[in-house]
Design a protein around this ligand. Sequence first.
Ligand code: GCW
Length: 675
Amino acid sequence: MSTTAQLVVASDAATMRAARDELVTGLRGLLGRNIRVAGAASRDGALVAGTPGNSPVVAALPLGAELRQAGPEGFVIRAVAIGGRRAIVVAANRDIGVLYGAFQLLRLLQTERPLAGLDLVSAPRLGLRLLDHWDNLNGTVERGYAGASLWEWARLPDSINPRYRDYARANASIGINGVVLTNVNANALILTPAYLGKVAALARVFRPWGLKVYLTARFSAPLEIGGLATADPLDSGVRAWWAAKADEIYRAIPDFGGFLVKANSEGQPGPQDYHRTHADGANLLADAVAPHGGIVMWRAFVYSSAVPTDRVMQAGDEFVPLDGAFRSNVLIQVKNGPLDFQPREPFHPLFGAMARTPLMMEVQITKEYLGQDSHLAFLAPLWEEVLRADTYAHGPGSTVAKEIQGIAGVANVGSDRDWTGSDLNQANWYAFGRLAWDPTLSSAAIADEWIRMTFSNDPRVVGPVQGMLLVSREAVVNYMTPLGLAHQMARGTHYGPGPWVTGGRADQTSVYFNRADSAGLGFDRTATGSDAVRQYALPVRNRFASRDSVPDDLLLWFHHVGWSERLRSGRTLWEELLRHYQAGVDTGRSMQRSWDSLERLVDAERFHRVQALLRVQEAEARWWRDASVLYWQSFSHLPLPPDYEVPRHPLDWYRQLRCPADPRKPRCDAVMGAP
Ligand code: GCW
């Protein structure tokens, strides 16, 4: 067998160079062979990568139909014969498709898939596949658990950290094609000339990797950096200011993607400050970027302290009446669920409810409410659940995946050496990109790929790690918020149990959401309660509204249920609650055992890091279970079965636990004692 393989890439354009370099590095590493790069195919067998426009070999192949299917970003990978020799071709319509195809080929090799007879066409199902960074200009990251922001604003544009390029490579390898650099709780300074120069420098690094740059726009920027007396979206001076600002941005960054906006939500300024609508606000910015081909992603995460209705209904009530009022380059960005990135929520009722408005879905990759950096929670099952949920908006089969044009993930990336705060958290960044490319992929398939590429193809590793990943999210649901409970985390940090949290703004407290009383538990969102079910299409509404058909895992989201009422299982609510909390702890333990079995199969460094975090998770799962069960018991007055693990401390002890005010790790292990 020859020790040299030939790679044919005929173009020297930046993205083609990126594809070529990835193939050379990847093939060298995976095959242990020298890779000779040529501009044209010779008699040797070869790997050919290119577009019909930049590669005579690709142009000569009969790939017309496949390339049409591949579209602007997709690719074709095929085993072919060139001059009687076996070859593999990675073909696309555009350079970026070739790069994505190169990564796919490397993925196939690295996961040991057979290459013989290879014949695949792949195109992304969603056009916008974005990471949203909640990164502040001072280097902190809101809800970030992986160290400081990657963006070194003080050093840019002169100093370019090599990690920027690696960040772009990682994203391109999973098809992510845009990045919002700044926090939705926005700072107008990012729109000043000095910062735009820094943004342009990042955009230059990202460009070959197909990664477009977007910024958050602070609605009051005309006041704060423009010297205007108003930010009223209907004011002609304000409109002129934003148009000029957009021109300035596009002069610096010709392929700038557009703006992401959080307005009139949690204290952010917005059009309602001037008695205008969200549509007035979004259209103002949309008109400014439209001449340049830009878009506006306007968030639907709004809830007002002045409105007494159920918090989860406010986005629907606010936005549905505006359907049809937005410019065509506006997308409404809707969180996966109507509350706030909980371990489990029903899908957001806005999906399917705005027929004339393009929607995007926003998910959290950073796990604000799911144990942050330290608990293992593989999120693909959560995202799969919502993408496949049927809205019935246009009859059966109207899944959330079909109702959206794009997806944004709140990044879990920071400057930590492992990028994401823990080794296993990387799986969520990976899974996000893969699902954004193809929302029909299964969690199991994504986990399988990631484990093979991250650890090993050894089935003794793949099996157990896949098992852990796939059960981890449900474990978190079970020990934190089983049976449809939500938002029971400690105030502020959202880390650790706090089902007793009360005071201050009602709809940010646990007691508002759990509605525990001597009769039972859960939020009545049927017609006898807040009637939030009315926001769903009829079949879904009926399914959620009826105790006979509501899924158990959303029961307490929609119903107030008596402690001793029997569920479909035949067990009472009280018994089911206890079982679920215990199941969460048990899964924490089984994940530990699975990992412990890998001691000699995974390198020592990563083995010990993951092992330590799984210990933390098991201890904190018990903390969650004991604190929650004792708190519910103070309402139900029902006993724990004799064989139930006895809580270590009385309820008051848990209630008085004060976590250290460490923004990175608000963990209480110091006070909890050894597990
Ligand atoms: O989940 C909540 C977070 C806030 C966040 C907000 C939002 C960026 O606790 O930190 O602010 O949602 O999505 O706007």
